[in-house]
Design a protein around this ligand. Structure first.
Ligand code: DAH
Length: 341
């Protein structure tokens, strides 16, 4: 078969698409292509002729391959330039908004309370989360087998009297054991109990306030509770009541309630209405507790109060189920309208 190499090369040169190049490749270089059949026609030729024509065919093959590759590169470059011209990037378009983190309601409420307590010149202190029986219970006037221990079932460390603290009240003991009054402190942190339902989680946060000095009275406590509520709920229109209660470490003890009503959308409106929300446990530090810390209760008195931060955050922001606080679900944060950082 005679191959007109000039015309093959010019067909390649004039090809308009990569598909056309592929067709040429198959036509000449494919298994059943023109070059293969030329080779098979040689089988009856003399050795001399085989050598000569074989070399000729190989040269043709090399030129076709080279021409195909060059043309392919040229067509690809053309295609690329055409795409560049047709695809325009509008640099003036707004960027897609990225995801921005939000402040967790517990952090937010904790910060709010920190600012309030600091404005009353309370000092922030901390205490251990692993406590001994003495600090968590006995010194707080909750001796072994006292029924109050039943509500404080926790996680115990094997073969010791150590446990995860069930409340932040032991920090009161650390302060009174280590300092002489006046003591005006607050603490906050995680506490642990063996509970799990919509209003209880095994780990939660409490905040505790302690003020010990000479001549501290229940009236001082009541005034402080009132001012605290005004600041926290951000309204001067606040109604509180102190309802008699029982805590082993305070005497007298009270629950602090604030008046509220429900708005049309079900939200709490604090300071209005005739319903009462319990928010804080409080009372005058029990003389036994003061004595347990080697302080003379005839000279020093104090008041204390403590509460769950989740509960207060729920009241302020209308969050019904405490378990959502610890689910790591960004949508949950969105639905309560917490603002980006
Ligand atoms: N420690 C109590 C609890 O976890 C809360 C409490 C009540 C703390 C009265 C106080 C207080 O300081 O005076 O249930």
């Amino acid at each position: 078969m005679i191959i007109d190499i000039k015309s093959v090369l010019s067909t390649i040169k004039n090809a308009k698409t990569i598909k056309a190049l592929d067709d040429i490749k198959v036509e000449y270089l494919g298994k059943k292509g023109k070059l293969s059949s030329s080779m098979s026609e040689l089988k009856d030729a003399s050795i001399e002729e085989k050598k000569r024509i074989g070399k000729y065919i190989n040269d043709i093959k090399t030129s076709i391959i080279e021409a195909l590759e060059n043309k392919k590169t040229e067509l690809e470059e053309k295609e690329f330039q055409a795409t560049l011209l047709s695809e325009k990037i509008d640099v003036t378009l707004d960027a897609k908004p990225g995801k921005v983190g939000k402040i967790h309601p517990i952090t937010k409420v904790t910060e709010e309370i920190f600012n309030i307590l600091k404005s009353f010149s309370f000092k922030f202190v901390t205490g251990p989360e692993i406590e001994t029986d003495f600090f968590n219970f006995t010194a707080l006037n909750i001796p072994k087998f006292h029924p109050a221990r039943q509500m404080h079932d926790t996680f115990y460390l094997k073969d010791s009297d150590k446990m995860l603290r069930t409340h932040t009240s032991p920090v009161q003991i650390h302060q009174m054991v280590n300092h002489t009054p006046p003591i005006k402190v607050f603490t906050c942190g995680t506490v642990y109990r063996n509970d799990y339902d919509a209003t209880h989680t095994p780990m939660f946060h409490q905040l505790e306030v302690l003020y010990v000095d000479k001549d501290v009275t229940f009236t001082n406590m009541k005034w402080f509770c009132m001012e605290f509520c005004k600041a926290f709920f951000e309204t001067d229109k606040i109604k509180i009541r102190l309802r008699p209660s029982y805590f082993p470490f305070t005497e007298p003890s009270a629950e602090l309630d604030v008046a509220y009503k429900r708005g049309d959308d079900g939200q709490f409106i604090i300071g209005d209405g005739d319903d009462w929300l319990e928010i804080v446990g409080c009372g005058m530090v029990h003389p036994n507790v003061i004595k347990n810390c080697d302080i003379n209760p005839n000279v020093y008195q104090g008041f204390a109060f403590g509460f769950g931060i989740e509960r207060l955050a729920s009241l302020k922001y209308g969050i019904p189920d405490l378990r959502g606080y610890f689910d790591y679900n960004a949508k949950w944060m969105d639905c309560f309208g917490f603002n980006p950082l």
